[in-house]
Design a protein. Structure first.
Length: 294
């Protein structure tokens, strides 16, 4: 089991390595969304120093296929941990060209059950980055019933949606303003959302930091393969306290009694809030007009 960091910036990796975490997810420049990105040349240099997963998680256009194939071949020659993919065309590229590279199924909101995880495992996919919308119970079920390695996010601002459209740019234009290069906060009743836009489109994230402290007391003993901490836009001091606490849990989980467990949970609640996303809350969809709806 490993902790994996999504850094706010690729220049921060030494800081996290000194803290005791040396495995990171970095986006491949031009082919990744919602990750800090780096050029292939940077990855070639620093894959010798850090343990890297590389994200290639955007939809690939036909005009990009040849270049993506070349970059995958180049990545396959490096000591990286694997490549995160969203577009199934990338899986086909790897198969058709027999590219020897480990893949991580990362279709965001669709990685939700062990049957599909097993399907992709049979297709040669080594790891699944599980959706943020499933419960702790469902995560443990996938781990138990699937042969695939599991990657689970336990800290950060969870992504809610992404659109290829320039939503912020279009909105600002409609009200006669120019979009600034920053994250916007949208407040709606009691909720706050984070909106940001790049050349690849606009993303909406939760305005609350996910606190995975309590779930770790189940995830660590059940040997979840990779626990992801997303440090993007997180205050450095807060991030450092989260890392210190989570590493302590990993090293001492068998020695922590119920009283200390509750103290640690309350400590982290005070620092980052008690928002546990969907770990303890099922996502329930109701069809309008369903005669069984009460």
């Amino acid at each position: 089991m490993k902790y994996v960091i999504i850094p706010n910036d690729i220049d921060e990796l030494d800081f996290y390595k000194e803290k005791g975490i040396d495995t990171f997810i970095i986006g491949l420049e031009h082919y990744s969304i919602n990750y800090p990105t780096a050029s292939l040349e940077w990855i070639q240099e620093f894959s010798q120093k850090y343990s890297l997963f590389i994200s290639v998680n955007k939809n690939i256009f036909n005009s990009e296929l040849e270049d993506v194939q070349k970059q995958l071949i180049a990545l396959s020659k490096l000591p990286i941990q694997g490549v995160l993919f969203y577009d199934l065309g990338l899986l086909n590229l790897v198969h058709e060209n027999k590219i020897p590279i480990d893949l991580v199924w990362h279709q965001t909101h669709m990685v939700t059950n062990y049957n599909t995880c097993n399907y992709y495992y049979e297709k040669g996919v080594k790891t699944a980055f599980l959706a943020n919308e499933i419960t702790l119970e469902e995560i443990l079920e996938i781990k138990k019933m699937s042969k695939i390695k599991c990657m689970v996010e336990v800290f950060g601002y969870p992504i809610m949606s992404h659109s290829r459209r320039k939503l912020l740019t279009n909105y600002m234009k409609s009200i006669g303003k120019e979009k600034e290069n920053r994250t916007y906060l949208l407040k709606e009743q009691d909720h706050t959302y984070r909106l940001k836009e790049t050349e690849d489109g606009a993303s909406i994230l939760s305005g609350k930091l996910m606190n995975g402290t309590k779930p770790l007391f189940a995830l660590i003993p059940n040997q979840i393969d990779y626990l992801v901490l997303d440090m993007q836009e997180v205050d450095r001091k807060i991030g450092e306290q989260v890392i210190d606490t989570y590493l302590y849990l990993f090293k001492n989980i068998d020695k922590i009694d119920s009283q200390e467990q509750e103290e640690l949970i309350q400590k982290m609640n005070a620092i980052i809030g008690d928002y546990t996303n969907f770990f303890y809350q099922k996502t329930i969809y109701k069809v309008k007009g369903d005669k069984n709806e009460k």
